[in-house]
Write a protein that binds this ligand. Structure first.
Ligand code: FES
Ligand SMILES: [Fe+2]
Length: 357
């Protein structure tokens, strides 16, 4: 089950080259995307309305796309504008078009009711377009349900175990620190101090211990925005609720990550890593993205193995521990919204049916 009235990341802006046709699937709906001549990205259902051939096997003709089965041509608003073997184009010959917004180097596609596609609902990725920051990007596919990836990101105690030798740096700090978990608009905020922490291999910092304030928002439909700021040790004991804004951190690293459901058992995960330009360098950003890639393969191995067990034992229930609070809050939010959407669809269906009778 998916939320449809949401903006989903369909890819990095650089993946949509002029003249290229890109096929994607989001919430089980095949899409075809391309850049119109004016530069904006167009997203349509990847299904010709004639005999359902995929338009992604088609040909771009200016702003239009031609189905390469029997040649129907569709304008970027989805209207059929040409049928080679027929002069009259019947009313209603069109394919569905989705709203698209390009923001923070991500291409966002609205998968629900077009009337509700409000661009203000799109989360702000951290500094993707800020010249003061260096940002690297990556992505990874999972053969698993997207909510298992949400759970993973909402509970970073796993860094001390899944990532024991990578992001966890052999320290139990992530596993033992008690984060504060607060509801925020459309999501959850999770913050904690990591005390006496060593540095990461991809930062230019003295090899000493630091206190790190790691705080992230996890917001609909599955976007993770983490900022980790390093301070001298003892800062954590002076400011247990997080450092005051006027205390300059020695170093800051950020990451933005978007979980896009492809189908019930496939997910794509887009991630960035960033450092302040005055702190880092392009080489360090490359190292950061490489390190993320290695660590996320650890998540992928664990989550795909977990998915297999879930599928093999569907009647068993999971148990909840105290540190599952953020996970449980976000699962509840998702379940409530999925239920609301299902009720609305049923209500609209009844209205349509009544109108048809
Ligand atoms: S299937 Fe596209 S024109 Fe026939
Ligand atoms: Fe992880």
């Amino acid at each position: 089950m998916f939320l449809r009235n949401q903006w989903y990341v369909a890819g990095w802006a650089h993946q949509f080259e002029p003249g290229a046709i890109v096929a994607r699937k989001i919430v089980d709906e095949p899409l075809v995307l391309y850049r119109a001549e004016a530069g904006h990205v167009v997203a349509m259902e990847d299904r010709c309305c004639h005999r359902f051939a995929p338009l992604s096997r088609g040909r771009l003709e200016g702003d239009a796309i031609r189905c390469m089965y029997h040649g129907m041509k569709f304008a970027s608003d989805g209207r059929c504008v040409e049928i080679p073997a027929q002069d009259v184009i019947p009313e209603g010959m069109r394919v569905r078009v989705h709203a698209v917004v390009e923001k923070d180097r991500w291409v966002w596609v609205w998968m629900g009711d077009p009337a509700r596609a409000d661009p203000d609902l799109i989360p702000h990725a951290l500094y993707h377009d800020d010249p003061n920051w260096l940002i690297g990007t990556g992505q990874m596919g999972y053969d698993a349900n997207y909510q298992l990836i949400h759970d993973n990101l909402l509970d970073l105690t796993h860094l001390s175990f899944v990532h024991e030798n990578t992001l966890g740096r052999g320290s139990p700090a992530w596993g033992t620190a008690r984060p504060s978990v607060t509801p925020i608009d459309r999501g959850v905020r999770v913050s904690r101090w990591l005390r006496d922490r060593g540095t990461s291999p991809y930062v230019r910092m003295p090899q000493q211990k630091w206190d790190a304030w790691a705080s992230y928002d996890f917001v609909l439909p599955g976007v993770f925005l983490l900022r980790t700021a390093f301070y001298s040790t003892a800062t954590a004991s002076g400011f247990p609720d997080g450092p005051p804004g006027d205390l300059e951190p020695a170093y800051v690293i950020v990451t933005s990550q978007a979980v896009t459901p492809v189908s019930e058992r496939e997910t794509i995960y887009y991630y960035s890593g960033g450092q302040l330009r005055r702190h880092g360098s392009s080489a360090l950003i490359r190292d950061q993205i490489r390190a993320f890639g290695v660590a996320f393969l650890e998540d992928k191995a664990m989550i795909e193995a977990q998915q297999k067990i879930i599928d093999a034992t569907p009647d068993r229930s999971m148990m909840t521990l105290t540190f599952d609070r953020a996970t449980a809050m976000f699962r509840r939010l998702m379940a409530t919204l999925i239920e609301q959407e299902a009720k609305n669809r049923a209500r609209i269906g009844r209205v349509d049916l009544a109108a048809a009778q």
